[in-house]
Design a protein around this ligand. Structure first.
Ligand code: CDP
Length: 230
């Protein structure tokens, strides 16, 4: 069986990470959550006062700070999933808050941020045997990925999913705020100049509005074997 790169792209909260993580575990591949990397840079910017109260960014300062931002994924005791570390600190919990979500898309639209993170991602993929999820993995990061999946679902279904996740973590959020955030991020991600979110021409589309997790996982695994075993 040859080692391949699996690129899973799609809209916010479309369930990409869950399916990417599961597939990676099933086939013994590494999983890289590219959104977590953009979220970590956003948290760094927020902590350094590089995000203005109106949401605009101190872009030049952020770009100058990029060489000081170190992002890693590490396995931690008591959790099967690896955590995101920002300059040595476990920020897994903090990067998933609605506050970080509300600032991440403008940060991810800055070309220098994208170039820096894309280079890191391409490094991870050098040895193949990787599942990566995001917005532009199949189009920009790994345009030659052997397996590309584009996940779609309606904004309401996606917001409902994210709302439940945040409530389960104890975050006090309203469904309306989560829905607004999902829609705003979709819009910014889709219309930015640098590497906008779009379906790669050779991507397989997975519309998961009406699929259960089990059905998605089965489809993904079957597709993986069809490509990797060929
Ligand atoms: O978890 P969710 O689907 O809500 O988003 P995420 O995958 O954690 O990504 C957070 C944000 O990072 C997205 O809304 C994009 O603005 C940005 N992102 C990106 O621009 N390119 C990627 N490859 C991954 C994420």
């Amino acid at each position: 069986m040859k080692k391949i790169i699996v690129a899973i792209d799609g809209y916010s909260s479309s369930g990409k990470s869950t399916m990417a993580k599961q597939l990676a575990a099933e086939v013994g591949y590494a999983y890289v959550d590219s959104g977590a990397m953009y979220r970590a840079v956003t948290l760094y910017a927020m902590r350094r006062g590089l995000v203005n109260p109106d949401g605009s960014l101190l872009t030049d300062e952020l770009c100058a700070a990029l060489p000081d931002i170190r992002i890693e994924f590490r396995v931690v005791p008591g959790d099967a999933a690896s955590h995101t570390f920002l300059n040595g600190e476990d920020v897994e919990r903090e990067i998933r808050t609605l506050e970080v979500s509300s600032h991440v898309s403008p940060v991810a639209a800055v070309p220098q941020v994208r170039h820096a993170l894309t280079a890191m991602m391409q490094e991870y993929g050098k040895t193949k045997g990787i599942v990566m999820d995001g917005r532009d993995i199949g189009t920009t990061v790994f345009p030659d990925a052997e397996m590309k999946v584009f996940v779609d679902a309606s904004a309401e279904v996606r917001a409902q999913r994210r709302y439940k996740e945040l409530l389960a973590k104890g975050d006090e959020v309203s469904f309306e705020d989560v829905l607004r955030n999902v829609q705003e991020r979709d819009e910014i991600d889709r219309t930015r100049k640098e590497s906008p979110l779009r379906q790669a021409e050779d991507a397989l589309v997975l519309d998961n509005d009406n699929l259960t997790r089990e059905q998605q996982a089965a489809w993904l695994l079957e597709t993986f074997h069809r490509i990797a075993d060929a």
